[in-house]
Design a protein around this ligand. Structure first.
Ligand code: ATP
Length: 656
């Protein structure tokens, strides 16, 4: 069976798991050329482990020789022991045979230990490097990519490095050495039989190579369809997808689509199994032809008295040690291409330069006044990978619910040159000054650029033009750590990790005592709610944890910022209407939060704009007007309209 191992016909090498390395396989199916620079760069990761590499090479050499020696010893037992009826020689060689087998077995264990050690070290290095690199990326980077794809690169792709080491690198060295050791032994025993053994080689190698490639291509297609199914399953079995399907009565078409993928997958898998079976038959035939020829020609040589019977027996044993490794070497290019595709994906992420570069200036504690100034700030979103590369996974999957394209961001090459045509500015020439302790309310129609502006303050992105100043210092010169330590953010829909309330609060201040947390939560009007939870501050909340309502989440987020105690507060008010009691609680919490702090608030509540020192009206990325409520109602038609449509209703409701 050894000669079939490399073809995936042996045990346990059938196919990849459904989720597994599907993108790797798809790219593998697509990759036609060998990319030497990527391969060289990939090998660099192994450099720190060169001592292990040297030892493992020596061990592989010993294992390869050890694997060939039993055939030679068998020949000795037959020709020198049995034929000459020398019992002591028989015992000697038999003991040697046992010794060599045990030794080779032990060395084999050492070899797999060392190669795993190298692979696991390289994998850990890559995982850490990618994770560290991703931590330096901007929020926009994550907004334009599927999180599943990034997770897959850190886990599946990196995990597949294991097979690169064990099958590609170790496989290459060990097959080469096995062939060399076997040929050496064959030619030293009898060159004529050795030539005969080699003559049969093309019969193995050529079909193996062909079938290996087509199996690999079929495997790539299978992975594509598996991935299409995975996407469909995860979309339609998630709460939001399930809701969408039901409300639009799409169960029928969804079932049809799923059945279609299944049928295609079934056909592909039958084809793949058959390709293997035909080859199996061919190889079984050929693996009998080789020994048959040997017995025929070798038998004639034995009869002539040129060689002993043991030579033929040894040769037939050596044949499998020649054909197996040769078949595997013949397919090596496929696995090398697959490794290159794998590393290309990994490097694709590692080569994305973070858009926001860290500054160098620290800010001494408690020295921030809290004045903010924006000078001629313009910003445009870089085209997302989906825009720059049409063939994203969804497109490749053929699963596109949107008329224009895919279901999510592209997964491929990242970066790209941001084009900034005039009409695509999200913010244009913004000048704004906020004094320490001032509350500024941002209002404007949807899409006016309010969130974009808010995100520039803590440098989630940098403006394309203009600059932002904190206490007169360009924020680009400050370290991100120092800058963000001065800012608290309360988003519209705050996020909490799947962890306890206390640990979620400690994100803001990891040394916070329970008393401090309680004080912050009391100020944010959320303490009573938390105290009433099953385990109080130790209740697990967040994703799939205890579900907090929208209003509770906002107040908990306010408590978190209070605990942090920043000089500047960035707040995106919730839009949802709340009952008067909750509304009052939020207003009270906000009053504490904004007290004595510089605040930039995307305002959705009348009470907030009425309390603001200054209201900034935004329209299509520009500042349309600045003033107080009374001034703006009197002179700005856009504000008047916003007030009448968004805030006036609320005022009327409150007045009732
Ligand atoms: P809303 O009140 O509806 O939240 P907004 O005033 O906060 O709107 P922004 O979210 O800042 O508006 O969006 C400004 C413009 O930038 C919009 O045209 C929006 O489509 C675009 N935009 C926002 N986020 C992105 C993004 N990640 N990539 C590309 N364009 C974006």
């Amino acid at each position: 069976m050894q000669e079939f191992r490399g073809l995936g016909l042996g045990a346990g090498s059938g196919g990849q798991g459904a989720g597994g390395n599907r993108w790797r396989m798809r790219e593998l199916a697509e990759s036609e050329h060998f990319d030497w620079p990527i391969f060289r760069r990939a090998l660099r990761a192994f450099v720190p482990y060169w001592p292990y590499t040297i030892v493992v090479t020596i061990v592989i050499l010993a294992v390869s020789l050890g694997g060939a020696i039993p055939a030679w010893l068998t020949q000795k037992i037959i020709d020198e022991g049995i034929q000459r009826r020398d019992m002591s020689l028989i015992v000697e060689y038999t003991l040697a045979l046992i010794g060599v087998s045990i030794g080779t077995g032990l060395l084999g264990v050492l070899q797999s230990y060392l190669s795993n050690l190298i692979a696991q070290n390289v994998m850990a290095d890559y995982r850490i490097a990618i994770f560290r690199h991703l931590q330096r990326q901007t929020v926009g980077f994550f907004a334009s990519r599927q999180s599943g794809d990034l997770v897959s690169r850190v886990t599946n792709d990196v995990t597949a490095i294991q097979s690169v080491v064990t099958s590609t690198l170790v496989g290459f060295v060990s097959n080469l050495l096995s062939i060399a050791a076997t040929l050496f032994l064959m030619f030293s025993m009898n060159w004529r039989l050795a030539v005969l053994a080699v003559v049969v080689v093309p019969g193995f190698v050529i079909p193996t190579q062909r079938v290996g490639k087509s199996r690999q291509q079929l495997q790539g297609q299978i992975q594509q369809w598996l991935s299409k199914m995975t996407v469909q399953l995860s979309e339609s079995l998630g709460v939001s997808g399930a809701l969408l399907i039901r409300i639009f009565n799409r169960q029928g078409p969804e079932e049809k689509e799923f059945a279609e993928s299944n049928r295609t997958l079934r056909d592909l898998q039958v084809r793949q199994a058959l390709v293997g079976r035909w080859l199996f038959m061919w190889l079984s035939m050929f693996s009998s032809i080789g020994p048959a020829l040997l017995w025929g020609y070798g038998g004639w040589l034995v009869v002539k008295g040129d060689i002993g019977l043991g030579v033929i027996v040894a040769f037939t044993a050596l044949l499998s040690r020649l054909y197996g490794p040769l078949s595997q070497l013949a397919q090596l290019h496929v696995s090398i291409l697959s490794s290159v595709a794998l590393f290309r994906r990994i490097f694709g992420i590692m080569d994305v330069e973070p858009e926001v570069v860290d500054g160098t200036r620290a800010i001494p504690d408690n020295s921030v006044q809290g004045s903010l100034r924006l000078e001629g700030v313009s910003f445009s979103y870089a085209p997302s990978p989906r825009e720059t590369r049409a063939e994203g996974p969804a497109a490749a999957n053929g699963r596109s619910r949107l008329p224009g394209g895919g279901t999510g961001g592209g997964m491929g090459e990242v970066g790209g040159t941001p084009e900034r045509p005039a009409e695509r500015w999200a913010l244009r020439e913004i000048d704004l000054s906020i004094e320490p302790g001032e509350t500024v309310a941002l209002v404007g129609p949807s899409g006016a650029g309010k969130t974009t502006l808010l995100n520039l303050i803590p440098r989630f992105s940098d403006p394309a033009e203009g600059r932002l100043l904190l206490d007169g210092t360009d924020t680009r010169t400050l370290t991100l750590h120092a800058l963000r330590a001065q800012m608290g953010l309360v988003p519209q829909d705050p996020f909490f990790f799947h962890d306890t309330v206390a640990n979620n609060l400690r994100l803001a201040k990891d040394t916070a005592t329970i008393e401090e947390m309680e004080a912050a939560c009391r100020a944010a009007q959320i303490h009573e709610t938390i105290a009433a939870l099953p385990e109080g501050y130790d209740t697990v909340v967040g994703e799939r944890g205890y579900r907090l309502s929208g209003g509770e989440r906002q107040r908990l987020a306010i408590a978190r910022v209070l605990l942090q105690g920043p000089k500047i507060v960035l707040l995106d008010e919730a839009t949802s209407a709340l009952d008067t009691v909750i509304e009052r609680k939020i207003q009270d919490a906000l009053a504490v939060l904004l007290e004595g702090r510089t605040a930039l608030v995307i305002a959705h509540r009348l009470s907030t704009i009425l309390k603001a020192d200054k209201i900034v009206v935004m329209e299509r990325g520009r500042v349309a007007a600045v003033g107080t409520h009374a001034e703006l109602v009197a002179r700005d038609p856009l504000y008047k309209q916003l007030y009448e449509t968004q805030f006036h209703v609320e005022a009327e409701l409150e007045g009732r």
